[in-house]
Design a protein around this ligand. Structure first.
Ligand code: ZN
Length: 300
C-alpha cells in the first residue's frame, strides 16, 4: 500500500488558509506575492488563490514563502507595502551555544533561552524606541524566529528607513568590535533581559570553560580568588567587584544578531506563517512572549 505523503497531508489537514489570509490582511491587500517550491521548481509572483491549491499541485509544494504587496501584479515590479520583518537565527550565537544541536538543524532547551531573550529585547525595543504595537513572533521552523511588525506606518517604510531601524537595533557592531561600554539602547535592556538571561543561561552552559571564550572576551587576566571555582561564581565575582567587562560581555553575548536583507529588502521572501519547514517538518507557529520559554515543548 502506498504511504501517505506527509507534505500533502499537511497542506490538506493542518495548513490554516483562512488564518494565513487573515494575518496577512488579504482582504485589504490582495496583491501580495506568494512563492512556492517543489523539489524541482521555484515559483515566484503568485497570488493568494494559490494557497487553496497547495495540496492539489503535482508535485506537491515543499515550501511556501510570502513577499511584499505590489502596485501592479501584471509586472510585479514595484513593491509598495510590506511588514517590517526581522530574522534571528541561533547560528549567529554559536560562540555561546554549548549543546550538541549546534551541529544539527535544530535548537534545544539549552540554547532556546538565547532566542527568548532576543525576542524580548526586540519586542521591548520596537515598542519603546519606535512606538510599534502590532508585533508578532513566529518560530522559523528550525533554529530561530521571525518577527513581523504590521503597524500601518511600518508597512510603508522604504528600504532606507528599514535599514536605519535594522542598524539601530543591531547595536553590537556600534561598540568597538563589540567591546567597550554599553551603548544607550543596551543600558535600557541590560537589567531587564540580558543580565537575568545570562545568569540563568550559566546554569546549563558553563561558558567559562568553553574553548576560546576567555580569550575572545579578554578574561584571561581576570584574577578570581582561588576558592571561587564554580564557573557561575566567577561571573558573580566579576559582578560583585564591579568589573567593567561584565556588562559589555553580557551585552555582547545577547545583542540582537539579525539577518539584514530580510529586514531591508522589500523583495526578499520570508517563510509563510503556519507553513511547514521543508527540512525539519516543523510548522511555522506563532510564539507568544508570555509562553516563549516553553515553546519548544509544544512542538511534536
Ligand atoms: Zn541547543
Amino acid at each position: 500500500m502506498a504511504r501517505a505523503n506527509p507534505v500533502k497531508s499537511f497542506w490538506l489537514n493542518e495548513f490554516p488558509v483562512a488564518e494565513v489570509k487573515k494575518f496577512l490582511q488579504i482582504d485589504r491587500d490582495p496583491d501580495r506575492e506568494f512563492s512556492y517550491r517543489t523539489d524541482e521548481w521555484f515559483h515566484r509572483f503568485k497570488l493568494h488563490g494559490e494557497l487553496n491549491r497547495m495540496p492539489l499541485k503535482n508535485p506537491v509544494p515543499i515550501r511556501l514563502d510570502v513577499g511584499a504587496i505590489y502596485d501592479n501584479v501584471l509586472d510585479w515590479k514595484t513593491p509598495i507595502r510590506k511588514e517590517l520583518i526581522f530574522d534571528v537565527d541561533l547560528d549567529a550565537y554559536n560562540f555561546l551555544r554549548m549543546c550538541d544541536c549546534v551541529l544539527t538543524n535544530i535548537c534545544c532547551e539549552r540554547c532556546w533561552p538565547i532566542a527568548v531573550c532576543a525576542m524580548r529585547v526586540l519586542d521591548y525595543s520596537l515598542r519603546e524606541f519606535f512606538g510599534y504595537e502590532d508585533i508578532h513572533f513566529f518560530f522559523s521552523g528550525r533554529r530561530g524566529f521571525h518577527c513581523w511588525v504590521r503597524d500601518d506606518d511600518a508597512m510603508v517604510l522604504s528600504t532606507q528607513e528599514r535599514s536605519v531601524i535594522w542598524e539601530y537595533l543591531n547595536w553590537n557592531e556600534k561598540r568597538d568590535n563589540g567591546r567597550g561600554t554599553l551603548v544607550p539602547v543596551e543600558k535600557r535592556v541590560y537589567n531587564k533581559f540580558m543580565y537575568p538571561t545570562f545568569m540563568k543561561y550559566l546554569d546549563h552552559n558553563p561558558i567559562w570553560e568553553k574553548r576560546n571564550f576567555q580569550k575572545d572576551f579578554e578574561l584571561r587576566d581576570v584574577v578570581v580568588p582561588a576558592d571561587v571555582e564554580d564557573f557561575q561564581k566567577k561571573f558573580y565575582f566579576l559582578d560583585q567587584v564591579g568589573d567593567h567587562r561584565l556588562p559589555a560581555l553580557v551585552a555582547r553575548c545577547f545583542s540582537l544578531r539579525m539577518d539584514k536583507p530580510v529586514t531591508t529588502d522589500l523583495k526578499h521572501l520570508i517563510r509563510c506563517p503556519w507553513s511547514r519547514h521543508e527540512i525539519t517538518g516543523n510548522q511555522v507557529l506563532p510564539i507568544y512572549l508570555d509562553q516563549a520559554e516553553n515553546f519548544l515543548k509544544t512542538l511534536n
